[in-house]
Design a protein around this ligand. Structure first.
Ligand code: ATP
Ligand code: MG
Length: 595
């Protein structure tokens, strides 16, 4: 892989070969027409200041061969048709060249627009796909805000800082090279002086560019912190208000916001230095040029008209050089954003899918925890300690124990949201690390303790995008989950939009939708982690009754605090502080364990 992030970004352009080629082509044309406009100035001045009767004098002097010829032709033309006619032709020529230049410039931009936005779209899509592949442990509070900053402002920054100036990088060097070629052709010594001074300018500006990249990185980090605070405060708005914690949160935000302000000011001050500095250095070069050039004109080493053509050619270098230096700054800034985006694209998830997965079609025998110990990434405390048990096909097992004992953790390890620290989990004898995540997760329907609903309709939340499912199936699942009735009471039934994270529904209603979703998935193993904790007892009993036929051929792992939820299980496992302390039939254990 290419080590330079800029060239890696360029590799995205391959998807847009046609547009890029056209844009480059039109940029080349723009460059050619820009450069062509310089020599046109010379005959214009000649017409203004020369006397056509002097035509023969131009057979001598220090002029170059071609120039001599051109000047002769011009003078003959003036002698024959008059100055006005010649002026007319030259003015039309100037107009024509500038028209062509600007038409080409427009088409270059025209073809670049879809390229720029296409590349940004590709990057966003890639980031989203990547973000969905990370194991949940990736998403701590800081990381969520930081990730949002990266996928929003950093990606935008890539667009404005790099992609928008791409045509500058294609076009301006060409204009500069061609113009310098013309300058060398007109006067090598003057060109040498100009180039020396330009080299100095580039060196000075380059130094600032390095600093800018670092500043820009700091600004984005500070923004990530602010976004985290927003995200956290909005999702916890009820807690903040009920505890009157607004002032406390405001103070926290103010400190972080101020930090962002300071970093941004420093970055802007550095950036704003570039343009005045570049202009002043540019004017210095011009002054020196005027000084030396005018002397050469006085000494008749160079024609006044030719010197003007040289000056014009040099002016043609200044603007592209200025935009090129600005582009250079922007790109340094953009590369900082690009590196932050790439960090995500190159991040390897803690849960690595097997490179050669063992094919796994159907669940046949059992899931086994074999001496499993586990601590969460970034912590040292063992959450599970030497846990061994089996969940045979068709059996129903309840996992009970005090809060924080490790019950939810067991479910998460089964679905491989995390990898075990010691021991192994097998399914039909195969270590789950050797099964593709898709196959593994198709084996389970999980109703997690924290209900997650999405900004979508009720139907969308139950089917999660599977359009092949007949509506009767959806209704059947919703009926078992005791959700059908309240769904029908909502404004548009199954097509009601439930708002952000299902905020329009009650806690119990949300849980029932989540249950319907899991039942509809119809996976061989059902994991219910306090799936009905927010549902009232009457509805819970109804669920118990209606779910029985559904569970007949299924394997069940159920976690619950209420005894009525686990009356029908085959076995109970009692877990305490990460260890299985009791295991037995429900009747014998039930009295023993106080729920
Ligand atoms: N993402 C995490 N990072 C670090 N530690 C965690 C994480 N999630 C849970 N823990 C810790 O792991 C332990 C077990 O948590 P777990 O969620 O498995 O408990 P639980 O038995 O499901 O409890 P409850 O009945 O309250 O749901 C707890 O001590 C908890 O602090
Ligand atoms: Mg739990």
């Amino acid at each position: 892989m290419n080590n330079n992030p800029f060239w890696r970004l360029m590799s995205y352009l391959f998807n847009y070969k046609k547009e890029v080629t056209l844009a480059i082509l039109f940029n080349i044309l723009t460059a050619i027409f820009t450069v062509l406009s310089a020599p046109l100035i010379s005959p214009f001045l000649d017409i203004l200041f020369l006397d056509s009767s002097q035509a023969s004098n131009y057979a001598e002097g220090s002029l170059l061969q071609q120039e001599k010829w051109f000047k002769q032709q011009l003078l003959f033309f003036i002698a024959q048709n008059g100055k006005m006619k010649a002026l007319q032709y030259v003015c039309f020529a100037i107009l024509g060249v500038f028209l062509l230049k600007n038409v080409s410039r427009y088409f270059a931009l025209f073809f670049m627009a879809p390229v720029r936005n296409g590349v940004v779209k590709d990057i966003r899509n890639k980031l989203f796909t990547k973000a969905l592949s990370f194991s949940p442990s990736f998403y701590t509070r800081e990381r969520k805000g930081d990730l949002i900053a990266r996928v929003s402002t950093d990606v935008q920054e890539i667009e404005t800082s790099i992609l928008q100036v791409l045509e500058t990088i294609f076009r301006e060097p060409l204009i500069i090279l061609l113009s310098i070629g013309l300058m060398i052709y007109i006067s090598p010594p003057l060109t040498a002086i100009v180039l020396l001074m330009l080299a100095f300018t580039t060196f000075v500006i380059g130094g600032i560019g390095k600093k800018l990249k670092q500043s820009s990185q700091e600004v984005q980090q500070a923004l990530g912190i602010i976004l985290s605070r927003w995200e956290e405060s909005l999702s916890g708005i009820k807690t903040i208000q009920s505890f009157n914690a607004e002032r406390y949160k405001e103070q926290q935000f103010d400190i972080e916001n101020n930090f962002y302000r300071i970093k941004t000011i420093r970055m802007l001050q550095r950036r704003d230095l570039s343009s005045p500095l570049a202009e002043f250095l540019g004017i210095s070069v011009i002054t020196v040029l005027l000084w030396i050039g005018a002397q050469q004109v006085f000494e008749k080493q160079i024609e006044a008209g030719t010197f003007f053509a040289f000056l014009f050619a040099f002016f043609n270098v200044i603007d592209p050089a200025k935009s090129f230096s600005r582009a250079y700054f922007d790109i340094r800034k953009g590369i900082a954003a690009l590196s932050r985006v790439e960090e995500i694209l190159h991040y390897t998830s803690e849960v690595i899918p097997p490179s050669h997965p063992i094919p796994f079609a159907t669940f046949e025998k059992e899931i086994t925890f074999d001496k499993v110990s586990f601590h969460y990434p970034g912590t040292t405390q063992k959450v599970l300690d030497d846990v061994s048990f089996s969940l045979p096909k068709g059996k129903k097992i309840a996992l009970i124990g005090p809060s924080g004992a490790g019950k939810t953790t067991i479910c998460e390890l089964m679905a491989r949201f995390y990898d075990v620290t010691e021991g192994r989990i097998t399914i039909d004898g195969i270590d789950i690390k050797n099964i593709s995540l898709l196959d593994l997760r198709s084996t389970f329907s999980v109703i997690s303790q924290e209900t997650t609903l999405f900004y979508d309709t009720i139907l969308g939340n139950i089917t999660l995008g599977r359009e092949d499912i007949p509506m009767e199936e959806v209704i059947k699942a919703a009926r078992i989950a005791q959700a059908h009735e309240f769904i029908m009471d909502t404004q548009d039934g199954y097509n009601t939009h439930i708002g952000d994270c299902g905020l329009m529904l009650s806690g119990g209603q949300r849980q029932r939708l989540a249950l319907a979703r899991a039942l509809l998935r119809n996976a061989p193993i059902l994991i219910m982690d306090e799936a009905t904790s927010a549902v009232d007892t009457k509805a819970e009993n109804a669920i118990q009754t209606d779910i029985s036929p559904y569970l007949e051929n299924k394997t069940l792992l159920i976690i619950a605090h209420r005894s009525n939820s686990i009356q029908h299980v085959d076995e109970i496992l009692v877990i305490q502080e990460g260890k299985i302390v009791e295991q037995g039939l429900p009747n014998s254990l039930f009295e023993k364990v106080c729920l």
